[in-house]
Design a protein around this ligand. Structure first.
Ligand code: IYR
Length: 227
């Protein structure tokens, strides 16, 4: 069966002046440069609607064949957050003691991370981003068809970038946390077989007196190649 193209419509495009472009690029760069990964959260709630807007921003990201291979789960229930914490800490404890190589532990040592994950219970909400390894289409005859997804990890990575930028813009702190292995997330959150956890992002305000490591970013000259 031949697949039809979408109808094409005129692009909505408001071109900024060069000065406006420069000013906006600088403003955004400066606000994003202040972002820090936060590991100590207060329980202060997030204003209504902020997470929904941030997730809608993430879900507007480009994706392979516009398949949007992602699901965002927002966990606010304290009992479920506690369960997630216990499961994550059990995996992390095993990873830090037996699964991670000495080289890996040495790479992390300056950041002071360990198996304890208090952010699961301290932050007012936990976002769990799932990648949809394949799509599931229900057919009129009641059967279900698997749909191949393309560039899933790239797409979900871009969406998480949008999510972090949107949260930062809204003044909400987060951490990109990848407990390993992550199978417990699909189980505890009751997600279907075609979904695999991609990242966990606790969200909220930093705890009073929260400390962060005094790290820097590479200078532009170290990451930008001009030809
Ligand atoms: N998942 C572990 C270990 C960890 C790995 C990397 I790479 C980090 O940048 C930070 C931590 C943990 O969350 O502690």
């Amino acid at each position: 069966m031949r697949v039809k193209t979408y109808p094409f419509v005129p692009l909505v495009w408001n071109q900024p002046t060069p000065e406006e472009s420069r000013a906006r690029a600088k403003d955004f760069r400066e606000s994003m440069a202040k972002r820090r990964s936060v590991r100590h959260f207060s329980s202060e709630p997030i204003p209504d609607g902020v997470l929904e807007d941030a997730i809608a921003c993430a879900a507007s990201a480009p994706s392979g064949a516009n398949q949007q291979p992602w699901t965002f789960v927002v966990v606010r229930d304290p009992a479920l957050k506690q369960q997630l914490r216990e499961a994550a800490e059990a995996e992390e404890r095993e990873s830090y003691s037996n699964r991670m190589s000495q080289e890996w532990l040495d790479a992390l040592a300056p950041l002071g991370t360990d198996w304890t994950k208090p952010h699961f219970t301290d932050a007012p909400a936990i976002l769990v981003v799932f990648e949809q390894i394949y799509g599931v289409q229900s057919l009129p005859d009641g059967t279900v068809k698997k749909v191949k997804h393309y560039y899933v990890q790239e797409s979900v990575g871009i969406a998480v970038g949008f999510l972090i930028a949107a949260l930062t813009q809204a003044g909400i702190a987060t951490l990109t946390h990848t407990p390993s292995p992550m199978g417990f997330l699909r189980e505890l959150l009751g997600r279907p077989e075609n979904e695999r956890a991609f990242a966990v992002l606790p969200v909220g305000y930093p705890a009073a007196g929260a400390l962060v490591p005094d790290i820097g970013k590479k200078p532009l000259d170290g990451v930008l190649v001009r030809k």
